[in-house]
Design a protein around this ligand. Structure first.
Ligand SMILES: [Mg+2]
Length: 397
């Protein structure tokens, strides 16, 4: 029998609403709705835990939500901010496994089966991810761990918020059986209604029906549903290797003018992005700096050196040169600095060097060592020596 997979599902708790409460302390403990204007038929995109007892949930028209809870505070969404935090959590995920399948900004599957050798049991990895998310974003996530995607997603939803639920072979049936059939991923309103009409309310009741009986109720979905009711699911975690670019950016609490401090931040970003490239076995052709001034004007500066690479030092050389050019011509205090790469291709694409380059080999070995240490002890564990301004400014996070 094949070895059991170890699949983790991570889901941030009331994500957009929690971010608003984090950034705006006056909203904490209050019923908060992130959503569109009720006058233009907007919908709720997130509801804080304080507003949920009123029956408010996401995808509901904002107007209806405000009727249910008239004293709720409606705030517009800030996708850029949510995407920034999403980037942070995905970087955390990728430090444990390259097999990360993002489902949305705040949700992802991770296959950590082969990560156990390096990081210890999957339970430890799941806890570590929760801890790091809390430390690096000041937000909570719920984590589910199981032998497949279906069970992992179900598990992460069982004890929200801030939950950590492991479904094992031993507790699988007792966990599944009392749950309503609507909790099965993929069972929509129509199927749920058909099952209810057929007298099936819980997953346990579903599991005890025969395929023939179920086929009369839900048609072709019968077999798949029955498999899920048994907790069986062999869908793989599909890592996102199709990505076109990778980036890292930081917003400062107060504008930063000191070029050394900015270079320190940039170095950190280059290191992070380069490591993500190597993890995905990709290399990049183009590097881009994103620079936002205090007055919100944003400029980008790109360069495409001759050869694509994922070697930290080579990316850094280009990034530093582009930064210095920008600084000497149009430098000024920044509220945001970002580093990104694009023009991604497979690590082994392109022509092989006829003769090995000992200097490049040395740099690659250095990268391997740094990656290992950062994986094990966190990204602040290693600082390279060729960079000034190590102590970055406070961030808004
Ligand atoms: Mg969520």
């Amino acid at each position: 029998m094949a070895r059991l997979r170890r699949i983790i599902h991570v889901d941030m708790d009331a994500f957009y609403a929690s971010v608003e409460q984090l950034d705006h302390p006056e909203l904490r403990g209050k019923p908060v709705i992130v959503g569109g204007d009720p006058k233009s038929r907007g919908v709720v995109s997130a509801a804080s835990y304080e507003v949920r007892p009123f029956g408010v949930h996401s995808a509901m028209p904002t107007a209806q939500a405000l009727r249910l809870c008239p004293h709720a505070i409606l705030v517009p969404g800030r996708m850029e901010r949510y995407a920034e935090i999403s980037q942070t959590i995905h970087t955390i995920f990728e430090s444990y496994t390259p097999l990360v399948e993002p489902i949305s900004l705040d949700e992802a599957f991770l296959d950590v089966t082969d990560s156990e050798n390096l990081f210890g049991p999957a339970e430890t990895i799941g806890q570590a991810i929760k801890t790091r998310i809390r430390e690096e974003t000041h937000l909570t996530a719920s984590v589910g761990l199981a032998s497949n995607k279906f069970l992992a997603k179900l598990a992460s939803d069982l004890r929200k918020p801030d939950g950590f639920v492991v479904i094992t072979e031993e507790n699988r049936e007792e966990t599944l059986d009392p749950l309503p059939v609507g909790r099965i991923w993929g069972v929509g309103k129509v199927t749920e209604k058909a099952l209810h009409t057929g007298g099936i309310e819980t997953i346990g009741q579903l599991r005890r029906r025969s395929v023939a009986e179920l086929r009369r109720i839900v048609g072709n979905a019968a077999e798949e549903l029955l498999r899920l009711a048994h907790g069986l699911d062999d869908r793989e975690v599909e890592a996102d290797r199709q990505c076109k670019s990778l980036s890292s950016e930081q917003t400062f609490a107060t504008d930063v003018a000191d070029p050394d401090v900015l270079l320190g931040v940039l170095m950190e970003q280059v290191e992070e992005v380069a490591q993500r490239l190597r993890r995905r076995r990709l290399k990049a052709r183009t590097i881009t700096l994103k620079l936002r001034y205090g007055d919100f004007r944003t400029v980008t500066r790109s360069e495409t050196p001759g050869e694509s690479t994922n070697v930290t030092n080579l990316l850094w050389q280009t990034a530093e040169r582009v930064f210095r050019q920008w600084h000497s011509r149009s430098g000024g205090p920044l509220r945001l600095l970002g580093f990104g790469v694009s023009g991604l291709e497979d690590e082994h694409a392109g022509q092989q060097l006829l003769f090995p380059d000992p200097q490049q080999d040395k740099l690659k070995k250095l990268d391997q060592i740094v990656d290992k240490i950062r994986d094990r002890y966190g990204k602040r564990a290693v600082h390279r020596g060729n960079c000034t301004g190590r102590n970055g400014p406070e961030t808004t996070d």
